[in-house]
Ligand binder design. Structure first.
Ligand code: PMT
Length: 407
């Protein structure tokens, strides 16, 4: 199970509108068992009060290099030695510049100079600033010294402009932290083919049939597999997510495109995981022109899409095949029926009628059913933790079968 227990992390919060998102990051790190000390710059405190971080971390927040009430002047040295990792999130252009140049005029930048712990910067700023040659130079200098600087996410920015500059999703930051602190390489040598997100079936040139899948579950699997040393091919339906760095991503739209991409990469795979929510039906013959609106009783004939998992199950060879079952009732029984019908080795069943888990959410609660009769009910946890639990289960099941792979 993924954990940061016993890990001492410093979270540096700097003056960006994204400072409030650092509270969500802190909550997640504490939930994973990390001991987190928060350091805030003066400008960060204009956006969010230290009380929020003190409450979530259950520790005093360090704000002033010279305040003996909060921490002695040498605390930055003690913390610099104790820390296993320093994360600056959000990292403004100003803080990146000070860190790159070695300026030390407050608690955070002094700490950054004093420590030998790994550094992770999570930038958030306006797109124009992020693309400015000065900022690019500072980022390059930090990376050249071994610091990890994440790419900001694309999207609407506080300025109203659209472009790169948003703080990446908390799950992406946590994944980067886990990669730096808990590198378990037990999937090295594996080539894992993962499907994620929805498929879309055109109704006419402007409309489509689809579902609520965000891709979070499949992307979490890809991120966990990469962290644990696997090579990952991610066949993804349309999502708003940034693909994990180092994954080979094959974007698709329709079920047929997903099928072709999966079959084209099947031979190379040692494990196949079908987390995608595939559209079960498609319109029979979508017209080339837009269907006019307001037609009473309009009927659109549908036909089933190809069942990709069933096809993979039939051509399984020595690879381990995992399906997901999205259920709303009789979860375990329906998932077991799908496991058998589709020839999978493991079925991950989730109840998608429950709030807070399943489609779109950051968490999931699943039952793992395997073809040897095993049933493992997992508690609600983040999709990243579910992903790790699935890989733990795959490895355990493979080690129990005589040949090490599925017979
Ligand atoms: O993407 P998120 O927002 O994070 O949500 C995650 C999820 C709910 C989509 C995910 O956890 C999940 O349950 N994925 C499978 C959804 C689904 O299509 O379930 P199903 O019971 O309809 O299909 C069973 C299996 O057959 C699935 O592995 C599916 O990929 C596969 N299938 C289904 C139909 C089809 N034509 N081809 C297939 O390969």
């Amino acid at each position: 199970m993924v954990t940061l227990r016993g890990r001492e992390i410093v979270l540096g919060v700097t003056g960006s509108i994204a400072a409030y998102k650092a509270a969500y990051l802190l909550r997640e790190l504490v939930r994973l068992g990390a001991e987190v000390s928060v350091v805030m710059t003066e400008h960060a405190q204009r956006f969010v009060g230290p009380l929020t971080f003190r409450t979530l971390s259950r520790r005093p927040v360090l704000t002033d290099l010279f305040d003996p009430g909060e921490a002695a002047a040498v605390e930055h040295v003690a913390l610099a030695e104790r820390a296993h990792l320093i994360v600056v999130a959000p990292a403004t252009a100003h803080t990146l510049a000070k860190a790159a140049l070695g300026l030390a005029d407050d608690f955070l930048t002094t700490l950054l100079l004093a420590t030998r712990a790994p550094l992770l910067f999570v930038p958030a700023m306006d797109a124009g600033m992020w693309r400015h040659p000065t900022v690019e130079g500072h980022v390059a200098a930090l990376r050249a010294r071994g610091a990890v600087v994440l790419e900001p996410a694309e999207g609407e920015l506080a300025s109203g402009l659209i472009g790169p500059g948003r703080l990446p999703e908390v799950s992406e930051v946590v994944e980067a932290i886990l990669g730096l602190l808990a590198p378990k390489r037990d999937l090295s040598g594996e080539r894992i083919l993962i499907t994620a997100g929805p498929t879309r079936e055109p109704v006419d040139p402007v409309r489509y049939l689809s579902n609520r899948s965000s891709g979070k579950m499949g992307y979490a699997l890809a991120a966990a597999a990469l962290r644990r040393g696997a090579e990952v091919t991610l066949v993804s339906g349309p999502t708003n997510l940034a693909p994990p760095p180092r994954a080979r991503v094959i974007p698709v739209e329709t079920t047929e495109e997903m099928r072709e991409a999966v079959l084209a990469h099947l031979d190379a795979a040692t494990v196949v995981i079908k987390a995608a929510a595939v559209a079960d039906y498609r319109p029979v013959r979508p017209p080339a022109r837009k269907i006019p609106g307001r037609q009473e009783g309009l009927a659109i004939p549908l036909t089933p899409t190809p069942d990709i998992l069933r096809e993979v199950g039939a051509r399984k060879g020595g690879r381990f095949v995992v399906g997901f079952a999205a259920e709303t009732e009789g979860v375990a029984a329906s998932a077991r029926a799908k496991l058998e019908a589709k020839g999978a080795d493991l079925m991950v069943a989730n109840d998608v009628s429950r709030p807070g888990v399943g489609f779109e959410s950051d968490d999931n609660e699943v039952i793992l059913l395997d073809r040897w009769g095993g049933v493992l009910q997992l508690p609600r946890m983040s999709k990243l933790e579910v992903a790790d639990a699935i890989f733990d289960r795959i490895l355990a099941l493979r080690s129990q079968t005589p040949s090490g792979v599925t017979p």
